[in-house]
Design a protein around this ligand. Structure first.
Ligand SMILES: [Zn+2]
Length: 198
């Protein structure tokens, strides 16, 4: 790569992407230069624009160019039901799969002290204030069923209790159409442990 120091720098820059090592970065750089310079220019513009303009919604923390995102501004949404998710992608999944009409709070992570993610980084002070405002009647905790997601859920439940707000946790367990013998033990144990009345 000594003929073009710039190419070397591009390859190095591409390695900021998660999961991209030296080899893939090299492939991407060569592909863009050999076959898709327009794509490269578009990518560069969009990266620049996104990095400059996308901030966080001051209500729900999701990514937004506006100070308050469109969903939070929508007067049709019911502010009494607040659903907490880990990421904007999780928010989209809930939005698309369920008829949920309430509002969201996006943690942009989950409690993970080893990664330096504590209550402050997840905006939980802001969430606590919102719970204490009296607007929210139910906090629906939709963090992932991982060890950290569960720990986060417990923390959130405590926040809700402190504010006198009802907290609920989405159910995890046996997938629809699944058969018990094929389900991993952890999932089945969890489903069994969180069974509900019929
Ligand atoms: Zn918002």
């Amino acid at each position: 790569m000594s003929s073009s120091p710039l190419l070397g720098e591009l390859i190095e820059a591409l390695r900021v992407l998660p999961g991209v090592g030296a080899k893939s970065a090299q492939r991407m750089a060569l592909h863009l230069l050999e076959r898709d310079r327009d794509g490269a220019r578009r990518l560069a513009r969009k990266l620049e624009e996104a990095a400059e303009r996308i901030g966080n919604c001051s209500r729900c923390r999701t990514f937004s160019e506006e100070p308050v995102c469109a969903l939070c501004r929508n007067p049709q949404r019911d502010p009494e039901h607040l659903c907490v998710v880990e990421t904007p992608v999780d928010q989209l999944a809930v939005e698309q799969a369920t008829g949920f009409r309430g509002l969201y709070f996006v943690l942009l992570g989950r409690l993970s002290p080893l990664d330096g993610l504590g209550p402050k980084q997840l905006g939980l002070e802001q969430l606590a204030q919102r719970l204490h405002s009296g607007e929210v009647k139910e906090l629906i905790v939709a963090t992932n069923p991982t060890v950290e997601g569960e720990a986060t859920a417990h923390y959130l439940a405590q926040l809700a209790r402190d504010a006198g707000v009802r907290a609920s946790r989405i159910a995890h367990g046996v997938p629809l159409g699944g058969e018990l013998e094929f389900i991993d033990r952890g999932t089945l144990a969890h489903a069994f442990g969180t069974r509900h009345d019929l």
